[in-house]
Design a protein around this ligand. Sequence first.
Ligand SMILES: Cc1ncc(C[n+]2csc(CCOP(=O)(O)OP(=O)(O)O)c2C)c(N)n1
Ligand code: SF4
Ligand SMILES: [Mg+2]
Length: 349
Amino acid sequence: MSTTIQPPAPPKQVNRIGLSVADYKGGDSTLCAGCGHDAITSQIIKAFYEYGVDPRRVAKLSGIGCSSKTPAYFLSQSHGFNGVHGRMPALASGVMLANRTLISIGVSGDGDTASIGMGQFVHLLRRNIPMIYIVENNGVYGLTKGQFSATADRGSKSKRGLINNDNAIDLVAIALQLGATFVARSFSGDKTQLTPLIKAAIEHRGAAFIDVISPCVAFNNHAGSTKSFDYVREHNEAVNRLDFITGRTTIKVDYAPGSVELVEQHDGTTLALRKIDSEYDVHDRVAAMSFLQDHAAKGQIVTGLLYVAPDAEDLHGHLNTIDTPLNTLGEQELCPGSAALDKINASLR
Ligand SMILES: Cc1ncc(C[n+]2csc(CCOP(=O)(O)OP(=O)(O)O)c2C)c(N)n1
Ligand code: SF4
Ligand SMILES: [Mg+2]
């Protein structure tokens, strides 16, 4: 009697820590079909999987909005805190002070960050709190049905035909002015650019800010909007093409000819920038600010990594914080003892 031998199941594709891409997914999205935010979620999953981050070492943080709902759609094994509208930076400050071994990723909206959360956002950047901070920028309050947000360009038209007469806040310009150490802008539909940017942000020590133009198909994807798919495709001016090269392997991907600048990150990883504009220097903050303004005046949206300071000191450096997570410290580390207290008291007399 003959027996049919079944071929072995094909090997499951896994990353360097043995996890499959399914380990980086979350729940099903409840956003509108075609929403730019879902495309960003896919790039977050891809970047964390390819980088090989342990999802159990990640804290996902957000406020309120369609964008702020998205942490439910990726990294289901990670820690998560969906906070109050605009208060994600306060959560991030607490998380990173309590446990600096975690990787924090915050997802916010233009309303969540540029209106109600502006006060918190600016302090997070100036303190250089180590985290990935993504703004899913659609120029509207999507969740509350399409009011103009503070990033809507002056003169842009709402779905109801109203014209926005207020000046727009450019979060990238503000981040550069505040001394942020990693500043980038991308487009939800540009996978080639966004995935390496997220990987570089994972690697960066300090606040890594990525403003991602993310069209709202329900309320801001019509003619007259400057955050629609068509508008951004027509006005996108990329400053660099990006590859992320992990220091754990010596293989460099994508050896395309042309001018390549290697930006060393901590941990020996390298960000490779293939320059489109040979004049563009990712280490020059002042030049980045004028580059941004010059192109904005021409109606162009500059995307790519605009500025990075790979050796900047983060919040932990400023405060000399302890490496150990606070909840694992014992009484011996927490109680300095009566001799130390006597000394402190004596110094205050
Ligand atoms: C304290 C507070 N104020 C106002 C609201 C109402 N609200 C909910 S979401 C939102 C704006 C969301 O816009 P955005 O952050 O751009 O996210 P999107 O939905 O566009 O992704 C507002 C004003 C709220 N939930 N809490
Ligand atoms: S309302 Fe806009 S932002 Fe919200 S899910 Fe729908 S398309 Fe996305
Ligand atoms: Mg919005």
